[in-house]
Design a protein around this ligand. Structure first.
Ligand code: SF4
Ligand code: SF4
Length: 425
């Protein structure tokens, strides 16, 4: 049995298409029921995680025409930017690129990911430009002043990712831990949204290709190829979208012990074109391999599965202010990777929208005010507690639900790819 994207789009227009999220499909299967090809037309998938391979291209007027010949160096909120590629000679306009992993020289916990969210939130950001004539220009701008603002996501949305442990006897600063990674196989950090991940649901890229319409940080965009280090066994995606329509809740900076990283979110529709596509969608966390790497050498030393991470754990972290004992020095506020915890007037509070559900606070809070079961990974029969999640499955589920509603109300159109990307484009 088979169906085409055109047939699916006709059903959507007629109002009788069945669209489910990958979570709904997996809940049905986990509950002991089955789902047949006739039962579902489209499945929405999503992931929210640290996605280092992210940069923005911005183009905007910096000064009056002929105020300077060409820009040479630039910073936004002290985060370094690269000028170009277009020189815009004598136009007073600058084109620039900012990497999601660039760090502010003045503020060690602020980087490109934070800047992108600030821009999308409509905050005023400070631009500084040095020109070929050694002059300096500064300007405060908001997103409204930037006609061209697009995020390009290279190496995003891996099929799934890995868990990390540190078997050595010394702590290690790394982007895979918010604190220096504790030694001695005492804890693990994990990434990957498991059964929700887009490419897990289309592992042979039968429906995801060049021209596939997606939501990138909530904004409609397109897949334009695979990213760096993509391979047939472990593909990833390259995409772009306009920042003007993005939702800041799905973006941001995440502070690790090796500096700030960048968060990205993808939602991808999988049209159920044949039964074999549905079989992959029905695969549960327990069927998805989770390689465990030694963070020192980035090599796989053991393997478990995503059931350890998401099977019976809490997707959201709870904060109970009544349990806070107002420690003289709060041990959580300075290490929260999202800086979502603040101390004001002697009271600790948590910004739920900014919170990533990483779970670090559950092991760092002295009074037990933060609650959430992060689970353990199975390392050769030994249970190693997870102390940090660098993927936010709760938000991935929310994003997949939003995409489902957009498809059903006709505001998001499913596209047929123009070309497969298996060749490595
Ligand atoms: S789970 Fe805790 S540590 Fe992590 S972002 Fe939320 S408040 Fe911060
Ligand atoms: S460590 Fe926990 S209990 Fe102590 S002040 Fe911070 S939030 Fe409150």
């Amino acid at each position: 049995m088979a169906r085409s994207i055109a047939e699916i789009n006709e059903k959507i227009e007629r109002g009788n298409a069945v669209v489910l999220t990958a979570q709904e499909v997996c809940d049905i299967i986990k509950g002991g029921e089955d789902l047949a090809f006739e039962d579902v037309d489209v499945v929405t998938t999503a992931t929210r995680a640290i996605m280092s391979g992210t940069y923005v291209v911005l183009s905007f007027p910096m000064a009056e025409p002929c105020s300077f010949i060409r820009a040479e160096r630039a910073w936004i909120n002290n985060v370094p930017a690269s000028i170009g590629p277009c020189p815009n000679e004598r136009l007073g306009i600058i084109d620039l690129m900012v990497f999601g992993t660039s760090h502010s020289k003045e503020k060690s916990d602020y980087g490109g990911g934070h800047l992108f969210r600030d821009i999308v939130e409509g905050k005023e950001v400070q631009v500084k430009v040095e020109t070929s004539e050694d002059e300096s220009f500064t300007k405060a701008i908001t997103l409204e002043d930037i006609p061209y603002a697009r995020i390009f996501s290279t190496r995003n949305a891996f099929k799934n990712y890995v868990a990390f442990v540190n078997p050595r006897d010394a702590p290690l600063p790394t982007i895979f831990s918010a604190l220096d990674f504790p030694p001695g196989l005492t804890c693990a950090t994990v990434s990957g949204c498991g059964q929700l991940n887009p490419i897990k649901n289309d592992p042979y890229l039968e429906t995801i290709g060049i021209g596939t319409r997606i939501l990138l940080n909530g904004s409609e965009g397109f897949v334009i190829g695979t990213g760096t280090r993509s391979m047939a066994t472990r593909p990833n995606l390259l995409g772009l979208a306009d920042m003007h329509q993005m939702n800041p809740e799905y973006m941001g900076g995440f502070v690790t012990s090796a500096g700030p990283e960048c968060i990205g979110s993808w939602a991808v529709p999988i049209p159920v074109l044949n039964e074999s596509i549905l079989e992959n969608i029905k695969k549960l966390d327990k069927e998805l391999s989770l390689p465990i790497m030694d963070v020192n050498i980035r090599q796989v030393i053991c393997t478990t599965n995503y059931e350890d991470v998401w099977g019976s754990t809490d997707l959201e972290i709870e904060f109970d202010p009544i349990k806070c004992i107002n420690c003289t020095n709060c041990t959580v506020e300075p290490v929260c990777p999202m800086r979502a915890i603040t101390l004001e007037g002697g009271q600790i509070s948590r910004d739920k929208e900014r919170c990533f559900n990483c779970g670090l606070c559950t092991s760092q809070c002295i009074g037990g005010a933060f609650k959430g079961n992060l689970g353990t990974i199975n390392f050769e029969g030994k249970k190693i507690p997870i102390i940090l999640r660098q993927s936010d499955r709760a938000r991935a589920i929310k994003l997949a639900e939003e995409l489902k509603l957009d498809i059903l109300d006709g505001s998001f159109r499913i596209t047929k790819m123009v070309e497969h990307i298996r060749g490595g484009l």
